[in-house]
Design a protein around this ligand. Structure first.
Ligand code: SF4
Length: 440
């Protein structure tokens, strides 16, 4: 009889890619995927341990899953990913319900771990986090029309607030030919939009080829038949050269949407947080990008309440946001992460950091709404993803919306999932655009 497993994937898109790889390895080995841990032989929980709220979510998920194990309706629990890596010495002492633990370099050992747990043995594996990235095939769980394409692992930037370089290791690019092969395979399976991800995609190639290669990679990806949109996520602001800007501006397959996390705009805070570049350089970059790439949609992420952020620094950030009118922004309150330099610095109280994060979202809401309203009366290209159950309308995204983090378009029409439709936008509400299909 086939053994069954449930897979719970927490955290970011990079972690989801690891979950998709484990899904491939487990199903290839004869394990059968089931939707719920209750009644399964195994539950695999792929965790995030990036910030406090992610850690709490991971621990709550493990504890909830453990109740099935206690009442006999689940065989065993395997915990993988960032939380496992970060707390590898203590995680099983704190949570003895866990049977096996795999670090971020050991996803390839999932079948060995599963076989051990089925036999009531425990299993642990933590590979060196600086070895080259495992080229493991995967079962794409997104779509029907889009997929993440991870081009590198780890990070060298060591921002003072961030634990990622300690958890995921140094920056390691995947070989360009492997990435292009994977993209071709995705295209052959109907994927039309590639979401290019890594902790910092601007650094791509520096470790393997001795220079930045994102421009060449984008060019190669855009030559693949079937790929129509290439979306770039997580570009470090000081790494834009003219060649890259020209490629983004001139390549019709690269969507005019860039995700450039800036975290803050005040010079002292940027320096204290070990971020390269100054506030003025960020201002200049955004102005240059908007001039050179007409219609560009910018996304960024910010941290409110970073150490050193007084009222004046916070006001500088708010003034910048009022002026820059960034179309898409996410904000986190600062959370001191053990082992990082920022955790040792005198911090803004947590409630105050949360209050400032809320204020930023209040400030951003009318900017994002005004941007959405600017589509009314226009016809835009939408990648259809299927029917929205609640409204009965078709659901899709335009170039201005990245999956999972932005809004979407609901429209009347007959477009099949995975195809593009021309949609006339007639109204907008709560970040969602409404319209009707006018053609393909
Ligand atoms: S760029 Fe900075 S914030 Fe982003 S993963 Fe690297 S160290 Fe963390």
């Amino acid at each position: 009889m086939e053994h069954t497993f449930a897979l719970i994937s927490l955290g970011c898109p990079k972690n989801l890619v690891n979950s998709e790889q484990m899904l491939y390895l487990m199903t290839e080995a004869g394990y059968q995927l089931v939707p719920d841990p209750e009644g399964a032989d195994l539950a695999i929980i792929n965790t995030c341990g990036f910030i406090d709220s992610a850690k709490s979510e991971a621990i709550d998920t493990i504890l909830e899953t453990a109740t099935y194990k206690k009442n006999g309706s689940l065989g065993g629990i395997i915990v993988t990913g960032c939380l496992a890596e970060r707390y590898q010495d203590s995680i099983q002492k704190e949570l003895p319900e866990i049977d096996a633990v795999l670090g971020v370099g050991s996803f390839g050992d999932i079948v060995e771990a599963a076989d051990a747990v089925i036999k009531r043995n425990s299993f642990r594996s933590f590979a060196n986090d600086s070895i080259s990235v495992d080229e493991i095939p995967r079962v794409v769980s997104t779509g029907p029309s889009w997929a993440y394409l991870r081009i590198a692992e780890g990070c060298n930037n060591f921002c003072a607030f961030c634990a990622i370089p300690f958890i995921r290791g140094r920056y390691r690019s995947r070989k360009m030919e492997n990435i292009v092969e994977e993209a071709k395979d995705l295209a052959a399976h109907g994927v039309k939009e590639l979401i290019v991800i890594a902790q910092d995609i601007t650094l791509y190639g520096t470790d393997l080829y001795g220079h930045r290669c994102l421009t060449q990679l984008c060019r190669k990806l855009s030559e693949i038949d079937g790929i129509e949109w290439i979306r770039l996520h997580y570009l470090y602001p000081d790494q834009f050269d003219d060649e890259l800007i020209d490629e983004i501006a001139g390549n019709i397959k690269i969507v005019k949407y860039l995700d450039i996390p800036i975290q803050h705009i005040n010079n002292d805070i940027l320096k204290r947080m070990n971020r390269r570049g100054s506030g003025d350089e960020i201002r200049e970059l955004f102005a240059k990008l908007r001039t050179r790439i007409p219609g560009l949609v910018l996304r960024t992420s910010l941290i409110a309440g970073l150490p050193g952020e007084g009222e004046a620094e916070f006001e500088e950030l708010c003034a910048f946001l009022r002026e820059a009118r960034i179309e898409r922004a996410g904000v986190f309150p600062f959370s001191p992460e053990e082992g990082t330099p920022a955790a040792e610095m005198p911090a803004v109280p947590a409630e105050e950091a949360q209050r400032r994060a809320d204020l930023i979202m209040e400030l951003q809401a009318p900017i994002m709404d005004a941007f959405n309203r600017s589509f009314i009366g226009k016809t835009i290209r939408v990648l259809c993803e299927g029917r929205d159950e609640e409204s009965g309308l078709l659901s899709g995204r335009s170039f201005a919306d990245s999956p999972e983090i932005d809004g979407y378009v609901l429209f009347e029409g007959f477009c099949p999932p995975g195809e593009f439709a021309e949609v006339l936008i007639t109204s907008t509400e709560d970040g969602i655009l409404y319209g009707e299909e006018t053609g393909r």
